[in-house]
Design a protein around this ligand. Structure first.
Ligand SMILES: O=C(O)C[C@H](O)C(=O)O
Ligand code: SF4
Length: 511
């Protein structure tokens, strides 16, 4: 097994930095389905550019490299103990090389293990089979879309759709609702895996397993093939669009599996995966572990991908405003939903741990007129001890809803950049205080890293770990869209309202 570890490392690099061809072609098709010049079309152009950059830079497509989950099929007699140790070493090496973000956190203390190893991480499942080769599949599914997974226990009442019974039509309602409830927060347009039956644990497992199916396969069970087609057609009438900006394409793939259940239970489990659907597999030689071939066709090389890199400019009706930090209240009050803002100057990252901390502590730096970026970057340190941003897209902002308004007021923060939008408490605070919410494109980690020119410093690195630390970054030309303004306007509230109406149109029995 001398080559096994190296093959696993190669698989991790491929998975984190290049989307397979089936995934990429769905994204490209979505881009063509969106009307030219709309926010969704331009966001998909940014996403396409980001995919190209990740490939060229051999760097993570998205900064959240997720929970590394391996499913390994081995011939009878393979030594799984040795293989497991090699997988763990390859994961640690990929983390040192900034291909994976340090993503393993002690649930009680919040301490980051720093190498992606810890109780429960990475996830490694072994299966034996009769074939004379090893098949290793890997999925890197990030935390934001994982938070949008949902499990239904039938029969139940589904918002917008009424009663969902223990039949195919009840299942249909659950899946439609699962897409609706994710809104833009799981970086739509997304892919879903659905597990029907099992118990609460195996139902979710089955759902995740569906994400290993090729995007273009046809379900061998006729009823489920019909259900998948129906969902693909109708989930795309909800109008949620890319990042929840509104648009024609909300769902890029739907795969449904079924297993037996207990008489008393009927679960429908949905695993929601963002557009950054990073899954790949490798077939390896059973004796040496040497790489033989990829399981999913890799994308054509980056040079062949056609891109439009001027995305986010000239948005539908929106103005483009350049803001340099520190920003005044007057400047903020002049902004409206739909404006494109180009941010320059010093900004600060802050997410869960920092927001919690700032509620009853002082800030280590002056935040008056500043911008907080909801982001947990991938960073690397060079030999001179200088930090560099390797990947830095936004994280889901709604997690900071309990804190955000209070913190903006307490420290005089004028803008937050994030993704997926925030709720009524923040919207009210933006009005009272004179603040704005700027939506960046989730997953576009290479695209934004390019704007983060210099690391001026960092606080709480030891205490919170790399993703949660407060990084002080000089940025240049960071484009984001105003989706919540200081006049009570919220694009997220609008899209939510209109999509629940559209969901309700799908109430009538189909199956
Ligand atoms: O943790 C992150 O960087 C992002 C997360 O995947 C998210 O979607 O919010
Ligand atoms: S930030 Fe978005 S694209 Fe990245 S892992 Fe989270 S949900 Fe996926």
């Amino acid at each position: 097994m001398k080559d096994f570890q190296e093959s696993i490392y190669k698989l991790i690099v491929e998975t984190s930095t290049r989307l397979p061809a089936d995934v990429q072609s769905r994204i490209e098709a979505a881009r063509l389905k969106e009307d030219e010049g709309t926010r969704s079309a331009l966001s998909l152009a940014t996403i396409t550019e980001n995919i190209r950059m990740a490939d060229c830079n051999v760097s993570p497509i998205c900064q959240d490299t997720g929970m590394p989950t391996f499913i390994i099929h081995v011939p009878v007699g393979a030594n799984q103990i040795i293989m497991k140790a090699a997988v763990r070493q390859a994961v640690a090496q990929a983390t040192r090389d900034s291909i994976l973000r340090t993503n393993s956190v002690d649930s009680l203390t919040g301490a980051n293990s720093g190498d992606n190893l810890g109780p429960g991480t990475p996830v490694i499942h072994f299966e034996q089979w009769e074939k004379e080769e090893i098949d290793v599949r890997l999925i890197l599914k990030g935390g934001g879309c994982e938070n949008k997974n949902i499990q239904y226990s039938l029969p139940c009442e589904v918002e917008g759709l009424g009663k969902a019974g223990r039949d195919l039509d009840g299942i249909r309602k659950c899946i439609l609702h699962a897409v609706y409830q994710a809104q833009g927060q799981g970086c739509s347009a997304g892919f879903i895996g659905v597990g029907i039956g099992g118990d609460r644990t195996t139902g979710y497992e089955l759902a995740k397993h569906q994400l290993f199916r090729p995007v273009d396969d046809v379900n061998p069970i006729e009823d489920l093939a019909r259900l998948e087609d129906y969902i693909m057609e109708h989930a795309n009438t909800l109008g949620i669009g890319t990042m929840g900006f509104g648009g024609n394409v909300t769902l890029l793939g739907c795969k449904v599996g079924v297993m037996n259940r207990l008489p008393a239970s009927f679960y429908v489990s949905v695993a929601y995966n963002c557009w950054a659907y990073r899954r790949q597999g490798a077939v390896l030689d059973a004796e040496t572990g040497a790489f033989k071939k990829w399981v999913y066709e890799p994308s054509p090389s980056a040079a062949a991908v056609v891109t439009e890199s001027d995305s986010q400019e000239k948005q539908e009706g929106g103005r483009e405003i350049v803001l340099t930090t520190p920003i005044s209240e007057e400047q903020i009050r002049s902004l409206r939903v739909g404006d494109v803002v180009i941010v320059n100057g010093l900004i600060h990252t802050g997410r869960d741990a920092l927001h919690h901390y700032l509620m009853d502590h002082d800030s280590p730096v002056d935040l008056n007129g500043s911008v907080i970026y909801h982001c947990g970057p991938v960073m690397s340190k060079d030999e001179q001890g200088e930090w560099h941003v390797k990947a830095a897209g936004p994280t889901t902002s709604i997690r900071e809803e309990p804190y955000q308004g209070d913190i903006m007021k307490k420290f005089g923060i004028r803008a937050v950049i994030g993704k997926g939008g925030m709720g009524p408490k923040t919207l009210k605070a933006l009005q009272e205080h004179g603040g704005v919410y700027l939506n960046a494109i989730g997953g576009a980690a290479q695209f934004y890293a390019k704007c983060l020119k210099k690391v001026e410093g960092v606080d709480f690195l030891k205490e919170f770990g790399v993703p949660e630390a407060m990084w002080h970054l000089q940025c240049e030309g960071f484009a984001a869209i105003v989706t919540m303004d200081s006049h009570g306007g919220s694009l997220h509230a609008e899209v939510d309202e209109s999509s629940v109406d559209k969901l309700a149109r799908l109430k009538d029995k189909v199956f």
